[in-house]
Design a protein around this ligand. Structure first.
Ligand code: PEP
Ligand code: MN
Length: 338
């Protein structure tokens, strides 16, 4: 249930509610708005304590959240969540965040080159996989921790925030040590142990929709992370599997307005995996911005023909720069900036 406190409730009174929730062995989830404090008391049969809280003077009212995902829902938090990623970079506000870089981190030199090119074109974050979930066990699996060190070097040298994928529970602390955002990939969206581990730390998590995940299931996966106390979750639409086989996936842009209606969490679109064809990536990126995406994650490689993974969908740096110029116009048309 959701406990809404009276306007202007002071810290002492807020703490009294939190202490009571803890004493009943529930975890309080506090959302502090401009003048309203809302506390989620979520868990089995929490409603049986309703009257006990209604009796507290500081409590304004108590409501139930109908949706099975609670903390992720708009009912819990009316305002959009703005998530701080690193110094000067946040997502969920007016500015659209563009994350760009190779599918997989290959070498330090290649990372620095790609990162400086995407930075010059206006990207604020650098992406690149250290642990790669490849369909074939014989395909390149990623350089692991060495690649994470390259990502840290990119951040140090160029000041770009970084994102990389954690595929297993033991990757979470490792990726968190070197990067600003932990990506959980499409194949792991329902790996509940991984989600819980990502929830136990506080770095933002970009959670990708699975190939056959409904939006409700995606939000329930976000809830797994948030239930552990990490509210810094970014949702990502990256295309779903349909009967259509002329594109790699079907980018479901319906997800953007629908997720934004159901949830306060920022929504990012990945047109690279969504369509999987280089020449169409920019078109779908523009469509995503028009649809209201808070960010984009785009694969860029200086020499896609030699990329160790996902070359066919990677933009050349010049194509990325041209796309950014067009995106600025679309962003302006929908009242956003890039
Ligand atoms: C990726 O971003 O490189 C990736 C593997 O994405 P997805 O999990 O969406 O397939
Ligand atoms: Mn990829």
């Amino acid at each position: 249930m959701i406990i809404t406190l009276k306007k202007g409730a002071d810290k002492k009174k807020i703490d009294a509610v939190i202490t009571r929730i803890k004493s009943l062995k529930y975890k309080p989830h506090v959302s502090q708005g401009a003048d309203l404090t809302v506390i989620g008391m979520i868990g089995e049969r929490a409603e049986r304590y309703r009257e006990m809280f209604e009796a507290m003077d500081v409590v304004d009212h108590i409501s139930e959240i109908e949706k099975p995902y609670k903390l992720a829902s708009r009912e819990f938090k009316k305002d959009n969540s703005v998530i701080r990623i690193s110094k000067g970079v946040e997502i969920g506000g007016n500015k659209i965040v563009v994350m760009a870089g190779p599918c997989a981190i290959e070498s330090l030199q290649n990372s620095l080159l790609t990162a400086s090119l995407v930075k010059n074109a206006g990207a604020t974050m650098f992406r690149g996989g250290a642990f790669k979930p490849r369909s074939s066990p014989y395909a390149f699996q990623g350089h692991g921790e060495k690649a994470l060190k390259y990502l840290a070097a990119v951040k140090k040298k160029l000041g770009l925030a970084t994102i990389s994928e954690a595929m297993a529970v033991n990757h979470v602390s490792l990726v968190a040590k070197y990067c600003d955002v932990i990506q959980i990939g499409a194949r792991n969206v329902q790996n509940y142990d991984l989600l819980k581990e990502a929830g136990r730390q506080r770095k933002p998590v970009l959670l990708k929709r699975g190939m056959a995940t409904t939006l409700k299931e995606l939000l329930l996966s976000a809830e797994y992370i948030m239930a552990q106390g990490n509210y810094n979750v970014i949702l990502c639409e990256r295309g779903i599997r349909t009967f259509e086989d002329s594109t790699r996936n079907t980018l479901d842009l319906n997800a953007v307005p629908v997720l934004k209606k159901l949830s306060h969490l920022p929504v990012v679109v990945d047109p690279s995996h969504g369509i999987g064809i280089r020449e169409h990536v920019a078109t779908m990126a523009k469509a995503a911005v028009a649809a209201g995406a808070d960010g984009l994650i785009i694969e860029v490689h200086p020499n896609p023909e030699e990329a160790l993974s996902d070359g066919p969908q990677s933009l050349l740096p010049a194509q990325f720069a041209a796309m950014m110029d067009e995106l600025r116009l679309i962003a302006e048309a929908v009242g956003r900036e890039i």
